[in-house]
Design a protein around this ligand. Structure first.
Ligand code: PLP
Length: 222
């Protein structure tokens, strides 16, 4: 199938999941181009997707240079090393991987304006994964109160690749409940209305559980 047809199919799946869940709010499709060429990223944009994501600095800079259109919002979704913050942070619309205080400090130092960040949460507790533990999310976000350059727009997670459907429902639901808890604190720097969850394998379940941003790579390019 073509990229445009894949995009249509993913959008259909999102719409049907929203209908099944009785949702009327919006789900933003973020296209993950990390394993794909500039030409493929251009095809995604040409098909009408304006939210593009990369997980490493070189890939981000390469795609941004090739696609300088101001209509594109760039999302950084990978582990961000402190020494790379300077080159990345002022060129993106969203950071999906705020996961530690020393990263927040570096962003505070390097950003010229507030950055929309998702706090990455390790809901499943896998040792190999980045992210703040579920129990540490509220204390972590409270520590960000003095950071003028960080705006916590929501929470992000990645589910384990081998999780079955009931487990996926449960993990995504736990993130949604945590999001609701944080939003209820009404912190001015952490409105926390958004949920970045769902990848090619599991986005239908993520949308059923309330995802407002899905990050899709593989399903757009097969
Ligand atoms: C690669 C990646 C995705 C997309 O994964 P697919 O399975 O290709 O859809 C989403 N989120 C993050 C953080 C990623 O690294």
């Amino acid at each position: 199938m073509t990229i445009a047809a894949n995009i249509q199919q993913v959008k259909q799946t999102i719409m049907s999941a929203c209908a099944d869940a009785g949702r009327q709010d919006k789900v933003t499709l973020v296209a993950v181009t990390k394993y794909h060429t500039v030409a493929e990223a251009q095809a995604v944009f040409a098909a009408g997707v304006t939210q593009l994501a990369e997980n490493r600095m070189p890939g981000l800079l390469e795609k941004q240079t090739a696609l300088p259109d101001p209509k594109i919002d760039w999302h950084f979704i990978g582990h961000l090393q402190r020494r790379k913050v300077k080159k990345v942070i002022n060129n993106i619309a969203y950071l999906h991987s705020l996961d530690r205080l020393d990263l927040a400090k570096e962003i505070e130092k390097r950003a010229v304006q507030p950055v929309k960040c998702f706090v990455e949460v390790n809901v499943s507790g896998e040792a190999s994964k980045d992210g703040v533990a579920l129990a540490d999310v509220a204390p972590f976000i409270k520590k960000l109160a003095t950071f003028s350059k960080i705006k916590v727009v929501g929470l992000m997670t990645m589910a384990p690749i081998d999780a079955d459907d009931p487990t996926l429902h449960q993990l995504f639901k736990q993130l949604r409940q945590k999001r609701d808890q944080i939003a209820a604190l009404h912190l001015p720097y952490a409105p926390c209305h958004e949920l970045s969850m769902g990848m090619s394998r599991d986005y239908r379940i993520a949308v059923l559980e309330g995802a407002t941003f899905v990050r899709i790579g593989t399903a757009l390019f097969r």
